[in-house]
Design a protein around this ligand. Structure first.
Ligand code: PEP
Ligand code: MN
Length: 350
């Protein structure tokens, strides 16, 4: 038996009543769980479309009553929350920029408590723009403490300050996926559903299907995908939105991991193998640290500094070129070498 991923889809921004109605009706037939449309858009540049604001609430309300699908929009302030509640919009999301701001989150959480309607709410919490698991957890905990009825996390990747070079480093994607962060969140909060937002993660409509599949393969519980009736005319995020027809094709193409694992025996054998290899890696790291300590003793006796820039640069370059020769990605390899070096340095400082 396959499980069915939870599906949230809709345009980046609500642009007109017609646009949201057309999009929602087309998506109804694709069997989505929640329709999304942003009213207040947190844009990086002040010269870009900032959303239609409160005037779109009536459109979203109409979508809800005519399609019988719950509609979600982004809230960034307590005022947004109250406007949504007044219009029976109880499905909301916290954007990446707001998630990183504990003051805003606290105000929103207080307003939820005061409204007396916490149990009716479903709030999806996007990861903060920077890779800060503690901030993501903190935002979720504030909403839990406010008594929100249903909370889900949304992984949308992490920004970097130099966006042009980021795209090339991240295989052409707008954001860095850093999958280990949502996976850590899953370990910390095993019952919290986590959706993936491949649209903002990739910033590119041609990558949305591939990332959706990767997310499901990694055990994510669902997807939030930007869908627009005419993506190239979208007022925001035009490059990453797909049409309702493309959305249907994508959903049909998804390969759903099976809940019952028929390959369990083979898997268990390979997992044992991984455990054995990890234990050897660990022994080797210990052995390496012991040698580093002996080097440290010699440095101390000779009055040499513990950290020697030239030696470290040479070592790093050599290890990176080994990794390159076997086709490994540079960034995680660099992180491994840096972490091992940090362990060695702290051993030598002791
Ligand atoms: C969005 O979902 O339209 C949005 C602005 O997303 P994020 O907060 O992930 O950038
Ligand atoms: Mn968007």
């Amino acid at each position: 038996m396959s499980y069915r991923p939870f599906m949230v889809a809709g345009p980046c921004s609500a642009e007109s009543e017609q646009q949201v109605m057309d999009c929602a009706l087309a998506l109804k037939h694709a069997g989505i769980d929640i329709f999304r449309a942003g009213l207040w858009k947190p844009r990086t540049s002040p010269d870009t479309f900032a959303g239609v604001g409160a005037q779109g609430l009536a459109w979203l309300k109409r979508v809800q009553s005519e399609t019988d699908i719950k509609v979600a929009t982004e809230i960034a302030t307590a005022e947004h929350l109250l406007l949504c509640l007044d219009n029976d919009i109880t499905h909301l999301w916290i954007g990446a920029r707001t998630c990183a701001n504990p003051f805003m989150l606290q105000q929103i959480a207080e307003a939820i408590k005061l409204s007396g309607r916490a149990a009716e709410l479903c709030v999806m919490v996007k990861n903060p723009i920077h890779p800060d698991l503690a901030a993501w957890l903190g935002a979720i905990e504030r909403l839990q403490q406010a008594g929100v009825g249903r909370i889900m996390a949304v992984h949308r990747g992490f920004s970097d300050s130099v966006s042009s070079s980021v795209e090339s480093r991240n295989n052409g994607m707008r954001n860095d996926p850093l999958w280990s962060i949502p996976l850590s969140l899953k370990r910390r909060m095993p019952h919290l559903p986590i959706l993936c937002d491949p649209s903002h993660l990739s910033g590119d409509r041609y990558l949305v299907a591939r990332i959706s599949q990767q997310a499901l393969d990694l055990g994510m519980d669902g997807l939030m995908i930007e869908v627009h009736p005419v993506p190239e005319k979208a007022l925001s995020d035009a490059k990453q939105q797909i049409t309702p027809d493309e959305f249907k094709v994508l959903v049909d193409s998804l390969h759903l991991p099976s809940a019952q694992n028929h390959e369990f025996t083979a898997l268990q054998a390979l997992r044992n193998e991984i455990d054995r290899i990890d234990s050897s890696i660990w022994n080797l790291i210990e052995e390496r640290l012991e040698v580093a300590k002996q080097i440290g003793d010699i440095k101390h006796k000779a009055g040499m500094p513990v950290y020697q820039n030239q030696r470290y640069s040479q070592l790093l370059q050599a290890r990176l070129s080994w990794a390159q020769n076997v086709g490994l990605e540079e960034k995680p390899v660099r992180q491994i070498i840096e972490a091992i070096h940090e362990l060695a340095i702290s051993k030598q400082l002791k």
